[in-house]
Design a protein around this ligand. Sequence first.
Ligand code: LLP
Length: 433
Amino acid sequence: MKEILPDGAREVSGRLEIGGLLAGELADRYGTPLIVVDRPTFEARANAYAAALGADHVFYAAKAFCCVALCEALAELGLGIDVCTGGELETAMAAGFPPERILFHGNNKSFEELRRAQEVGVGRIVVDSLDELDRIEEVGVTSKLLLRVTPGVEAHTHEFVQTGQEDSKFGFGLGDDVALQALGHALALEGSKVVGIHAHIGSQIFEMSAFDLAVKRLAAFLARARDELGFTATELNLGGGLGIAHNEDEMTPDPIGSWDLIRAAVEREFKDNGLEVPELFAEPGRSIVGSSAVTLYRVGTIKRIPGVRTYVSVDGGMSDNIRPALYGARYEAFLADRMDAPKGPRVTLSGKHCESGDVLIHDVHLPDDIAVGDLLCVPATGAYTYSMASNYNRVPRPAVVMVSGGTANEIVARETDADLFHLDRHLDGSAIT
Ligand code: LLP
């Protein structure tokens, strides 16, 4: 279990401590469900990327988990940030994030989003479509531009999180001449500064071979771009995608080693094509924040169906972690206040939502004497949990606390019931008071 917990987690007389604070105390103080982010782990993962690529060559993918405090922490570390909507951009701006270290993504950026990006002075925009190029021209964007291409690589990951294959809503395919034409178009825009290309092949990737193939195809594309358009890329952004372990059967790849391999592939392929080796950039999300956090839940109901199965229901579920239901993601869980209790038979850990599919873990070994009121910890929940959280069944979203050296700060407050209907209006359109 230790491997999938944050670095700052340890067992103290059978009880889980994170960042010098007992999980039980945090749960009592802030309520449950509670997302606990261990700041030193977050910083260590971010710094590992900074060591591999240089801090200003790493754009943390805000989509994994985005809030003002996290953006502030990243800004302090000197990293950049990848935003893919106006909302993520505004969150970074609210954190005082240096705009030149912001990179703007998205397959359908609106005119208003591009205008705002131009107004605040974002450093880079990744161009995803011809329609966007029209809008970029109309806005008069002066940021550096990268062209997003899909290298036709299928990373071995869940279909919903594959992005590099030809059949994709993202970017320009390399299969025909679409990408080359788009590059020509982008280069012809008045005052445009096209600095390179971008490719993101998928998420939760464990096998490096997919990156090798992508790099090969990108180098071949840039050789054509040089020959036919006289274009030299100074920047190559290979997106994010490195996986993390959510359970004990998985192994988290080391970012430094993985990016050393990617860099070697880039150097080899670019030199083979007689190309200058561009600067390398990355957009990791999950591998920075994923293993930094755990979710604490309180057990509320235990239903034992003899000879069939036991359902242990907690006070959250698919509204704070949709990943098991959506992607079949497999997590682990243990009792945070009785870590040394012997494990019993397999049970199903379910949420509180009115839906049978609201399962957090299908088969998990929990102590046989698990009881109502026990505190459960689900590790490796930092990425794509809160950021994908919903108010399904009008369940308020959890609080998020950041812990370090015996101190906890609430970085996202728990939603209240009143928050749930603050946008509602009466039948006659009047406000709810
Ligand atoms: N860059 C681009 C252009 C992306 O589309 C993504 C993720 C990333 C970077 C960051 O990828 P990461 O390092 O986090 O793997 N909701 C899904 C994951 C969707 C990923 C979308 N794009 C999940 O929960 O698994």
